[in-house]
Write a protein that binds this ligand. Structure first.
Ligand code: NAP
Length: 281
């Protein structure tokens, strides 16, 4: 009799749209790992009970998405240093002693997509991060590890950007500002970590922010180009990318943490990209 596959899942609310079951299914097939991975709708107030029930029932690992990442940070018995700093956890793993480890793979996923998949060199670069929510907190540390010349966080509510800059300053040259301070500034990379694309809006950005070879990256993604991706194209960005690559890369980091096997991400990104282009008509 063959053993039942190890069980993994993503918890979130809503969850029906999540591509994580598909991505992990493709990773499992590619690496011949016997796992099952499902999506489960979990409300914040059910989160702690649902996590403990999942692990008590033999589950091995979880991803947590909106709006559960901060709760996952609170729940984890132990956190990696990058998860600790980001105050958000997107990956939970059951340890041998029964304790729950919390990790945040969003930032390393973004850096992998930028540097490996698109060969964007962040060393010595000037980076602008728009937004000071959970996603922004998750990416600042891994971006600073790439030794940029400077990293500026701009946010509608300026004090939230200042708070993050203060927390991460010991890791590198990070500062904060408001949108009105951007005019006349130039950046090699502009990252949209706000939720504006989800409602087809744009942050209030002046024209001319990008250097000649500068690129744009929207953490959001959809079947059609996001409003920020379209803005980047209008600004003649070298690359104007959305967050599909980051999504697959952060999943690969979680898969590696759980299974000790690193899946190839390129074929999975290409497949999902082709599928969404087909569905967008
Ligand atoms: P969040 O915690 O709700 O933060 C929202 C941010 O957007 C805040 O900084 C907020 O500013 C700003 N904002 C909202 N509406 C705005 C507007 N009209 N103009 C200017 N700023 C506005 O959201 P989050 O969890 O950080 O997620 C942000 C985005 O990242 C989402 O699109 C999410 O899907 C994406 N994401 C993608 C991945 C991936 O793997 N690709 C992973 C994680 C997240 P205030 O502080 O002023 O309210």
């Amino acid at each position: 009799m063959t053993a039942a596959p190890d069980r993994y899942a993503v918890f979130g609310q809503p969850i029906a749209h999540s591509k994580s079951p598909r991505i992990h299914g493709l990773f499992a097939e590619q690496t011949a790992q016997a796992i099952s991975y499902t999506g489960q709708e979990v409300a914040p107030e059910q989160f702690a009970d649902a996590v403990h029930a999942f692990f008590a029932d033999g589950g091995k690992g979880l991803n947590c998405t909106v709006p559960l990442k901060e709760l996952a940070w609170q729940l984890a018995d132990r956190k990696t240093p990058r998860a600790e700093l980001s105050r958000a956890v997107n990956t939970l793993a059951l340890e041998k002693d029964g304790s729950i480890l919390g990790e945040n793979t969003d930032g390393i996923g973004l850096v992998a997509d930028l540097t490996r998949n698109h060969e964007i060199d962040l060393v010595g670069s000037r980076i602008l991060v728009i937004g000071a929510g959970g996603a922004s907190r998750g990416i600042i540390g891994p971006l600073l590890e790439q030794s940029p010349e400077s990293l500026v966080i701009v946010n509608r509510t300026v004090f939230r950007a200042r708070q993050i800059a203060d927390e991460f300053r010991r890791l590198g040259p990070v500062s904060s500002c408001g949108f009105e301070d951007l005019r006349g500034q130039h950046y090699d990379l502009i990252i949209n970590a706000t939720s504006t694309s989800l409602s087809n809006q744009l942050p209030p950005l002046p024209d001319g922010l990008l250097t000649d070879t500068g690129s744009c990256y929207d953490l959001a993604y959809g079947n059609a180009p996001t409003t920020f991706v379209l803005w980047g194209r209008e600004q003649h960005a070298r690359y104007s990318l959305d967050g599909l690559g980051m999504l697959v890369e952060q999943a690969a980091e979680a898969f590696y943490l759980w299974r000790g096997v690193r899946p190839e991400t390129r074929p999975v990104i290409d497949l999902l990209d082709a599928e969404r282009k087909n569905s967008a008509g």
